[in-house]
Design a binder for this molecule. Structure first.
Ligand SMILES: [Zn+2]
Length: 234
């Protein structure tokens, strides 16, 4: 398959909206199938039009999750569930590893990729590749609440993953809170830089400056306990 542009978030939203969650969870799978409700090929695989061509919906689902098009003969998207119209990301895998997969399954030692459940242990069941995908989708504009629902974890977990507070050892695009900027003596300054410069807790300084306090008052008034000093990038 020739490299073509990647689906944008608008396409993605419509695309996921055309799947229907099956009520039946198959043995050895933690989530039920997500079945394509649109047009299908004769062999049962769903298809959708993207960038002027007809593409299997399981391939599109895989591409959206991994943010890359399979190279020629490199990746064949296969189903753990053997259900052709399924686009549930956790049921899809790279078919170049299929032989290993079948081999291990035939020997009874196949274990599916770890996944989900339990808000009591946020993040504990996510995999490193999930973390990369979560960061990329968030950088592409996906909402934290939607990602939390898709990956079955809390929004707080998604937030700390996207900021690199959780899973810091894993790569991926990090997104940070916008750091507010203020006008100081006619030039724009980042509150973060000011907090570092004057050793004032960032949140306290931000609150004061956004209230309209002048800088000298904001940095000299005693700070209430409970604010953390700004010692590292926000
Ligand atoms: Zn499935």
């Amino acid at each position: 398959m020739n490299p073509i542009t990647l689906p944008d978030s608008e396409f993605e939203l419509k695309f996921w909206g055309r799947f229907v969650r099956s009520a039946v969870v198959l043995p050895n799978l933690e989530l039920s199938c997500l079945e394509w409700s649109g047009a299908r090929y004769g062999n049962g695989y769903g298809h959708a039009s993207f960038a002027g061509r007809l593409i299997g919906t399981h391939v599109l689902a895989w591409v959206i999750m991994h943010r890359v098009w399979p190279g020629p003969g490199r990746v064949e998207v296969c189903h753990h569930c053997d259900n052709p119209p399924c686009g549930e990301p956790t049921h899809l895998f790279d078919g170049t590893r299929k032989e290993n997969y079948e081999d291990s399954r035939s020997k009874g030692r196949h274990v599916l990729p770890p996944h989900i459940v339990g808000e009591q242990h946020p993040g504990a069941k996510l995999t490193e590749s999930d973390v990369v995908v979560i960061r990329q989708l968030h950088a592409n504009g996906a909402k934290q609440i939607d990602l939390a629902s898709r990956f079955n974890c809390t929004q707080a977990t998604i937030s700390s993953i996207t900021r690199g507070k959780a899973w810091a050892s894993v790569d991926g695009v990090l997104t940070h809170h916008k750091v507010a900027r203020v006008d100081i003596d006619g030039s724009e300054a980042s509150i973060k830089d000011l907090a570092l410069k004057y050793g004032i807790p960032y949140t306290a300084l931000r609150k004061r400056l956004l209230k309209g306090w002048d800088l000298s008052r904001a940095i000299t008034q005693p700070i209430k306990k409970g604010y953390r000093r700004c010692t590292s990038p926000i």
